[in-house]
Design a protein around this ligand. Structure first.
Ligand code: NAP
Length: 308
C-alpha cells in the first residue's frame, strides 16, 4: 500500500494559508511544505524574533517562497483581535487556516491574560476566537479549509464545565486532555455549522501521533517531578520527527479526498507514528450536544459571536 507523503500535495499556487505556532515543530513544517507547493503562507506567532528566524530558514531552502508574519498571542484576546483586524484589513480571502499552536501539560496552573487556564485558553479558546474572527475571509475562499490540530491525548479527556479554569485541584495532563478534546468538539461542530449554511468550506481535525518537538520540553520537561521531567527524553526514543508529524496536517489541508468533519492521524502502531489515514476519535468527541454546550460556553467566555 502506498503512503501519502508531501510529494502528493497538489499545487497550491494562488492560495493563502495562515498557520498558528508556525515558528517551530509541526507548524513550521506544515508552513514550509505549503510554501514549497506555491502557497503564500502567514506565520502567525507570538514571538516575532522566532517568527523571523523561521521565515529566514524557509527562505534559505525556498528562496522564492512567499512568507509573511503576523503577530498573534493566542493567550490574549487583545492580541487575537489585533491580529484579526490586521489580517481582515488586507481584504484577502483565506484558503487554508491551520489551528496548530499549543501548550501541553504545564506543571503548574497558569492563566491567560484574560484569566483562562492556559491550555484551555490557548489551545481551544484562543483558536475558537481566532477562527471566528477570520471565518468571513475563509468563507470568501472558493474552497476554504480549517484544520485544527488535536491529539491522542484527547482520549479520557473531560470538559469540566463546572471548573474550566481549574481553580480546584489542577492536574497537568487532564488539563491538556480537556483542551485537546475541546479541539475535536470544536472542529466537528464547526463542520456541522458550515454544512447547515451550505458553506463551501470544510473543517477537519488531525493529530500528529507522537512527534519529537519542543512541546514536551516546554511543558512536562519543566516539572520538578522526575517522571514528568524525563518525558522529553522518552519521546526522543519513541517519537517520530516533527516533519513526519506534520503530514496529517498537510493531508487535511491539501488532500482533495480529505473530508470535512473527519479526523486524520498516523497509520502506525497505536497511531503514534506513520502516514496520514482517517482515524477514529473517542465517542464523546462526536457528541453534538456536548459540542453545542462547549460552543455556547466558549462564546460566552470570550464574547465572540460566530456568523454561523
Ligand atoms: N508533538 C507531539 O507529539 C504532539 C502530539 C499531539 C498533539 N500535538 C499538537 O501539535 C501542535 C503543535 O505542537 P508541536 O508539537 O509542534 O509543539 P512546539 O514545537 O512546541 O510548537 C508549539 C507552537 O505553539 C506556539 N504557541 C504556544 N503558545 C502560544 C500562544 N499563546 N500564542 C501563539 N503561539 C503559541 C509556540 O510558540 P513558541 O515557540 O513561541 O513557544 C510554537 O510555535 C499543538 O497543538 C500540540 O498540542 C503535538
Amino acid at each position: 500500500m502506498s503512503h501519502w507523503t508531501t510529494s502528493e500535495i497538489p499545487l497550491q499556487a494562488g492560495k493563502l494559508a495562515l498557520v498558528t505556532g508556525a515558528n517551530i515543530g509541526i507548524g513550521f513544517h506544515a508552513a514550509k511544505e505549503l510554501a514549497r507547493a506555491g502557497c503564500t503562507v502567514i506565520l502567525a506567532c507570538r514571538n516575532q524574533q522566532k517568527a523571523e528566524a523561521a521565515r529566514q530558514s524557509i527562505l534559505k531552502e525556498l528562496p522564492n517562497a512567499n512568507i509573511e508574519i503576523l503577530s498573534l498571542d493566542l493567550a490574549s484576546l487583545v492580541s487575537i483581535h489585533a491580529a484579526a483586524d490586521q489580517f481582515l484589513a488586507s481584504g484577502r480571502a483565506l484558503d487554508l487556516l491551520i489551528n496548530n499552536a499549543g501548550v501541553m501539560a504545564l506543571p503548574t496552573r497558569q492563566l491567560t491574560a484574560d484569566g483562562f487556564e492556559l491550555q484551555f485558553g490557548t489551545n481551544h479558546l484562543g483558536h475558537f476566537v481566532h477562527t471566528g474572527l477570520l471565518l468571513p475571509s475563509v468563507l470568501r475562499a472558493p474552497a476554504g479549509r480549517i484544520v485544527t490540530v488535536s491529539s491522542l491525548a484527547h482520549r479520557g479527556g473531560k470538559i469540566r464545565f463546572d471548573d474550566l479554569r481549574w481553580d480546584k485541584d489542577y492536574v497537568p495532563w487532564p488539563a491538556y486532555r480537556q483542551s485537546k478534546l475541546a479541539n475535536l468538539l470544536f472542529g466537528f461542530e464547526l463542520q456541522r455549522r458550515l454544512e447547515r449554511m451550505e458553506a463551501p468550506a470544510r473543517s477537519i481535525v488531525v493529530h500528529p501521533g507522537v512527534s519529537v518537538t519542543n512541546l514536551f520540553h516546554a511543558g512536562p520537561g519543566q516539572s520538578k517531578n522526575l517522571f514528568m521531567k524525563i518525558i522529553p527524553f522518552f519521546i526522543t526514543i519513541i517519537g517520530q520527527s516533527d516533519a513526519q508529524g506534520a503530514l496529517p496536517t498537510l493531508y487535511g489541508v491539501t488532500a482533495p479526498e480529505a473530508q470535512g468533519g473527519r479526523y486524520y492521524g498516523p497509520d502506525g502502531f497505536r497511531e503514534m507514528r506513520g502516514f496520514p489515514v482517517e482515524v477514529k476519535a473517542e465517542a464523546q468527541a462526536y457528541d453534538p450536544e456536548l459540542a453545542a454546550r462547549l460552543w455556547q460556553v466558549s462564546q460566552d467566555l470570550t464574547g465572540i459571536r460566530y456568523p454561523l
